[in-house]
Write a protein that binds this ligand. Structure first.
Ligand code: SDX
Length: 378
């Protein structure tokens, strides 16, 4: 039986004071620095949202231009890092490659003086700048392709697609990916952000903190759900099979990927926006039968589990969008990481401003006063 003082998964327990983002899980409301996500996804873009998350205010044109200029050189991977990427095993998952190469970026970057605000900002810009190129390079290496040099003139979204595919993306694809990046950029004290803050609290660099966050995002209960949603939709095999598939899942007490959330007890506001994005892409690039399956799955799961607060989350429609953008399924979670880097780094900076080492307690359930028994007497 669980101890009465224990809150499993620290559900609902505040782990920090933060002014970065806010969620109302009952009303399905999310804001970054007070601005509703729907306004940002409709009117802003990823680089501007990064500035907002890091600085608390929207930038002036001059501040935004400067910020973009400072990020540009960091897109390029240095020779040692490229050598590392080319030496990675081609087996394994892109998130494992990303976690390893993010830690390696720290090894080839200047040391961070945690007492200097300029040095902290410089390190964060290096992480954010390199993230897209790192993900794309790891993936190209995995596919046995040559790495593509980043294009400093392109936005974060367009440069990522360019480095991944070797072709400059069209305007619609760039806009759709940019919007997905805005939607995933920050989300209060989720597991990976908490991991980032815990590592930050030991007074370590953003490279190691973000590398830990990438590891935390990888799991299927968190960011890893997006690729599983797509595989799930493919395995259902058509909208006519959805009802029987849901019945089987529920009878086996298995989780349905892309549904449920620790905080939202209604449809995730980001799922609404990602669904709209899928619609925009379908107008110009054609629809997919997976979307019909997804709509039927949403209808049936909501009917069966909606009264328990289980609705589509952010990962439910993102895979359909990324597949239409021509992105391989196991690069979906790295795209989540690319976007969330903005939020992780905002939390790293906030943690550094008023740091206290995380060191929670535990409820000991083991034996006491046990004596060592020599091997011959066991
Ligand atoms: C993200 O925290 C964040 O902010 C995360 C995130 C972000 O932006 O950072 O929003 C991103 O991680 C989205 C979540 C992606 N994960 C999935 O889609 C995986 C499927 N979802 C679930 O595993 C689950 O809903 C969680 C893990 C996301 C949250 O669940 P909780 O709060 O830990 O709840 P739980 O697992 O303890 O379940 C409570 C009950 C259980 O039933 P009972 O045992 O009480 O009878 O709800 C049921 C669960 O079985 N349940 C589900 C379900 N999710 C919860 N049943 C079927 N399918 C599901 N998806």
């Amino acid at each position: 039986m669980t101890h009465p003082e224990l809150i499993p998964g620290l559900a609902g327990i505040p782990a920090a004071e933060s002014s970065i983002s806010f969620i109302n899980g009952l009303e399905g409301l999310l804001s970054y620095r007070g601005i509703r996500i729907e306004e940002l996804s409709a009117q802003s873009h990823y680089e501007e949202v990064c500035w907002l998350l890091w600085n608390g205010e929207l930038p002036t044109q001059a501040q935004l231009d400067q910020f973009k200029l400072r990020l540009r050189p960091h897109r390029e991977l240095n020779a040692d890092l490229k050598k590392f990427v080319r030496g990675l095993p081609q087996s394994g998952h892109p998130m494992e490659a990303l976690q390893a190469s993010m830690a390696t970026l720290g090894m080839v970057s200047p040391g961070v003086d945690l007492k200097s605000a300029d040095s902290r900002l410089d390190a964060c810009e290096r992480v954010l700048g390199a993230m897209g190129t790192l993900i794309a390079s790891c993936e190209r290496h995995r596919q046995g392709l040559d790495l593509v040099e980043p294009d400093p003139e392109l936005s974060v979204a367009a440069n990522f697609l360019y480095c991944l595919n070797g072709e400059r993306p069209d305007e619609i694809k760039t806009r759709v990916l940019d919007c997905a990046l805005v939607l995933h950029a920050e989300h209060t004290m989720n597991a990976s952000t908490f991991a980032c803050r815990v590592v930050a609290s030991t007074e370590t660099s953003p490279y190691t903190a973000v590398s830990a966050a990438v590891g935390s995002l990888f799991g299927p209960l968190h960011g890893g759900a997006n690729e599983r949603v797509l595989r799930q939709l493919e395995s259902i095999g058509g909208k006519e099979n959805v009802e029987a598939w849901v019945d089987k899942k529920m009878a086996a007490k298995e989780k349905i990927m892309g549904f449920g959330h620790r905080v939202y007890k209604t449809k995730d506001p980001r799922a609404h926006d990602l669904q709209k994005l899928a619609g925009q892409l379908f107008e110009t690039h054609g629809s997919t039968p997976l979307y019909d399956t997804a709509l039927e799955l949403e209808r049936i799961v909501t009917d069966r589990l909606g009264d328990r607060g289980i609705y589509p989350n952010v990962d439910f429609f993102s895979g359909i969008v990324y597949q239409k953008l021509g992105i391989p399924t196991d690069v979906f979670t790295p795209i989540f990481a690319l976007s969330r880097t903005a939020g992780w780094l905002a939390h790293w900076m906030e943690q550094m401003e008023d740091n206290k080492l995380f060191r929670p307690g535990q409820i000991y359930t083991g034996r006491k006063d046990v004596h060592y028994v020599p091997m011959a007497q066991r």
